[in-house]
Design a protein around this ligand. Structure first.
Ligand code: GAP
Length: 479
């Protein structure tokens, strides 16, 4: 697997991701997608939408605004409880998440074989995180364990403080306390407040889900690891409304479906695992994550949460509007329970980049290849004339024009064909079509496979169908 630096450099060099406003020194934990990155991102989002919305007749889509009435965030609990415990190193003036410092310490103890002590610290961490005010017990663990600053090596900490992650802004021209609003820290609330609107207009009955893809904002205390933890990011969330008492079944069902979705994108199964939450969020009665083994450790990519009726009940309380559902079959009235699937789009992209990255030695050179699922690759096909003469560019352009109707196509006629293949391997283009001397004689071209580097020769007219068939039959390399 690539290390983080290799991936950051590849992403920038080939136009997947750029640091935001880089000519001004960048903006912490904010990134922009370049020409190849935006293609990958759109394909991942599209695949999620097709699976969740088109794949289920009881899941409807919406697209809610980022700005919402400020009371939404009081009702949801975010104003009061959406905090991270932070601590500052007085020597380096760097800020850390207190819980992450302790987790790092536990990982080091485990690595050194001190498993009993690691388990003890872990138990104290869980207890601290579940306390009403975790700041004091977290600080005590850091002090008792003598945890030093990772950057300066100093042991000169400020007390632990809670830090609210929501970005604030003002609405309207006149600034005042009443004008304070927030950039949404999750897309879910836009779904909860429209529960009745969607149910009525789409004529759904429970159980049914509402899906959404959109931006979320969190003023993360520590922003590291590239697009893993961003301050502006995108979520793909679905809230599934069920009858109370049936949530466990829906929770299991959606957890399995979501894992299968990631596997269907070609992510290696051995790098995915389940992780049960140790500290449940303020709204949940059960929660687990799908984690991926990044080079910096196992980390969450998607959360599956059983959110009870917390959100709808609170919105009913704060808005005074009924959030109850009337079950026509049983004639019962109840506030539905909610099972949520919540995956970060950017984090999925980071996972896919790591998972697809592969280096191998070919004829004495290092070949770097992104083995994306063909349906996700930014370019599906590249078209080359073998040389820039003998009518080959004209024929290649005609094939390119034909394929453009179906795929995102890249045309290249510069340099040795071997170099052109390598450049496409590096960005994950699964198929390269080459027009050569034989094309003028019998109308055939070669199609080279990114993963095996083998070539098939076929009539140029058949290339479109050939690529469609190969994409439909694709299995991840090594599967
Ligand atoms: N509505 C529930 C919710 O927001 P979460 O576990 O806080 O749950 C869900 O977030 C997913 O959103 C995470 O699994 C992760 O993929 C993504 N995510 C959260 N914070 C992020 C950040 N700062 N940068 C990038 N992705 C993030």
């Amino acid at each position: 697997m690539a290390d983080l630096d290799t991936l950051v450099s590849l992403s920038k060099r080939r136009g997947f991701l750029f640091p935001s406003s880089e000519i001004y020194g960048g903006l912490g934990a904010v990134y922009d997608y370049g020409p190849l990155g935006v293609e990958l991102k759109r394909r991942v989002a599209d695949r999620w939408w097709r699976f969740m919305v088109y794949g289920h007749d009881n899941v409807e889509g919406i697209d809610a605004a980022i700005l919402m009435h400020p009371t939404v965030w009081k009702a949801s609990g975010h104003v009061e409880a959406f905090n991270d415990p932070m601590i500052d190193d007085r020597a380096s003036k760097k800020r850390y998440r207190a819980d992450q410092l302790i987790e790092g310490h536990i990982a080091r103890l485990e690595k050194d074989g001190k498993t009993d002590r690691a388990a003890d610290v872990h138990a104290r961490l869980v207890e601290a995180l579940n306390a009403d005010d975790p700041t004091v017990p977290l600080f005590e663990v850091i002090q008792a364990e003598g945890i030093k600053s990772p950057d300066s090596g100093a042991f000169d900490w400020t007390p632990v403080r809670q830090f609210n992650l929501m970005f604030e802004t003002r609405i309207g021209a006149v600034a005042g306390e009443d004008d304070r609003i927030y950039l949404r820290p999750e897309t879910a609330q836009g779904i909860f407040v429209h529960f009745h609107d969607v149910r009525e207009t789409a004529r759904q009955q429970i159980p049914f889900g509402i899906a959404q893809i959109g931006k979320a904002f969190r003023n993360e205390v520590v922003a590291r690891q590239f697009i893993f933890r961003m301050r502006e990011f995108e979520q793909m969330e679905m809230q599934y409304f069920v009858k109370p008492g049936t949530q466990a079944e829906a929770y299991e069902e959606w957890a399995e479906k979501r894992l299968q979705w990631h596997l269907g994108n070609g992510v290696r199964s051995e790098r995915l695992r389940w992780h049960q939450h140790e500290k449940l969020a303020h709204y949940a009665d059960a929660a687990q994550d799908i984690q991926y083994e990044f080079p910096f450790g196992w980390n969450e990519v998607e959360g599956i949460h059983s959110r009870t009726d917390f959100d709808l009940r609170r919105h009913q309380e704060f808005s005074g509007k009924k959030m109850e559902y009337f079950d026509p079959q049983t004639q019962e009235r109840f506030i539905p329970y909610v099972v949520e699937t919540s995956v970060g789009l950017d984090r999925t992209i980071l996972m896919l980049l790591f998972d697809a990255f592969h280096e191998e030695q070919v004829e004495g050179e290092t070949r770097s290849v992104l083995r994306f699922h063909p349906a996700l690759a930014p370019f599906t096909v590249a078209v080359f004339p073998l040389v820039k003469k003998d009518g080959m560019p004209e024929t290649a352009h005609a094939i390119e024009a034909d394929l453009r109707g179906a795929f995102n196509v890249f045309y290249d006629e510069k340099g040795a064909v071997g170099r052109r293949y390598r450049r496409q391997d590096e960005v994950g283009t699964p198929f390269c079509v080459t027009v050569d001397g034989q094309t003028a004689e019998d109308g055939t071209v070669t199609v080279r496979d990114r993963d095996t580097m083998l070539q098939d020769r076929l009539p140029a007219d058949n290339v479109r169908r050939y690529i469609d068939d190969r994409m439909a039959a694709w299995v991840p390399p090594g599967a």
